[in-house]
Design a protein around this ligand. Structure first.
Ligand code: M6R
Length: 369
């Protein structure tokens, strides 16, 4: 059942090319137009959406942050992302033009379920992105977009995360197709690049030894920082969460631009810092800014480990370790840059002799408040 791997988590990391491919499957017609009939919300109603609020917890909330960057950029609809447990205890502004997108692997997370119920009572439309057929959250939502990652057994979420991001991209592209913020050719180009992602994930998995070796050499680290920008920022936070959950190492993910506002004070000799590089093609030239961040932390003694696009010459001069991921368009990079961080956490946890599938104090679905 572990498919020849030692742990479910390792198997599930290796399932990711399939998880992304299956989530894309059957969602376009012969002409390449997206069809999401399963959404069961009338196009006219979707065209009335003025605001989207993503509700989720943990890793699923990081998928929600990626969704925010993509949907705002492609559809020009404002997107808020909120942790479900915070959302329901404030006084959120919701009306029938608000669309709630909940993201939950299990579909049973109590905090998210309660937040969705609350939003429904206030009159919002509710869409669920979920990996578990027939679970409670999709049953109680107006519509569901299933991720097809297959059952995820390991407590730490991996393949469900990539499938959630994929589904969120599809939702964003579908809304952009409806409200015509993108030309159909642009949508086709993005879909074509998405279709290439599974093979690119496989390419990363095939080179996993490099990151495993690095992880094994860092068994004694007691804190690791992760930096990213734009869609790389949620990836940095996800990398940090995986390390906390699996290796019980203190880890934090920052937006790289925030460094100078405080976190840089943490950097001293030998402090490991993982950097998720933006694409050299990023339209805001964030790449150069993050190269400067690497130099800044290095000058203060940090040990820098960088995940960068293949052929990114600018980083090699400044980083101790560079792990390359294949090229794709900037918005889609999280589907690739997340993978080395997962392998890193898995291997570090294994090197420390921990149970990666059942980390201490954690449950697979959190069905209590
Ligand atoms: O089933 P859900 O996606 O609603 O679960 C949300 C979080 O509990 C979950 O992502 C948690 O953070 C995982 N342990 C992450 O690896």
């Amino acid at each position: 059942e572990k498919g020849g791997y030692d742990t479910f988590m390792e198997k599930e990391i290796h399932d990711q090319p399939q998880a992304v491919a299956d989530t894309l499957l059957g969602r376009t017609d012969a002409t390449g137009r997206l069809i999401l009939d399963e959404l069961r919300i009338e196009p006219e109603e979707l065209l009335n959406v003025r605001k989207i609020i993503v509700l989720a917890c943990g890793t699923s909330a990081y998928a929600g942050m990626v969704a925010k960057y993509a949907i705002e950029h492609w559809c020009r609809i404002p997107v808020e992302v909120e942790l479900s447990h915070e959302f329901r205890y404030r006084d959120p502004i919701i009306d029938p033009t608000t669309m709630i997108v909940s993201i939950s692997q299990s579909g049973e997370t109590m905090d998210t379920l309660m937040a969705v119920r609350y939003a429904k009572e206030q009159g919002a439309r509710t869409v669920s992105i979920c990996n578990t057929n027939g679970s409670t959250i999709p049953r109680e939502s107006d519509a569901v977009l299933y991720t097809h990652a297959g059952p995820e057994i390991a407590v730490a979420s991996t393949k469900a995360f990539l499938a959630q991001i994929t589904a969120a991209y599809l939702l964003g592209l579908y809304l952009a197709q409806l409200n015509k913020q993108l030309f159909s050719e642009q949508i086709k180009d993005i879909l074509a690049d998405l279709a290439d992602i599974p093979a690119k994930i496989q390419d990363i998995l095939d080179r996993g030894d490099q990151i495993k070796q690095l992880a094994r050499s860092m068994k004694d680290a007691d804190s690791v920082l992760f930096l990213g920008r734009n869609v790389g920022y949620p990836v940095a936070m996800e990398g940090a969460l995986k390390l906390k959950e699996l290796a019980y190492i203190h880890a934090e993910g920052f937006a790289a631009g925030e460094l100078k506002h405080g976190p840089i004070a943490l950097i001293d000799d030998g402090q490991p810092v993982f950097v998720v590089m933006p694409s050299p093609m990023d339209r805001h030239s964030l790449h150069a800014k993050v190269v400067s961040n690497i130099q800044e932390v290095r000058a203060r003694g940090a040990r820098t480990m960088v995940v960068a696009e293949r052929g990114d010459e600018a980083v090699s001069a400044y980083a101790e370790d560079v792990f390359e991921v294949p090229e794709t368009q900037p918005m889609l990079m999280p589907l690739l840059t997340t993978v080395p961080l997962q392998i890193y956490a898995l291997e570090l946890s294994t090197a420390k002799g921990y149970d990666v599938d059942q980390p201490r104090n954690l449950a697979k679905s959190v069905t209590v408040e």
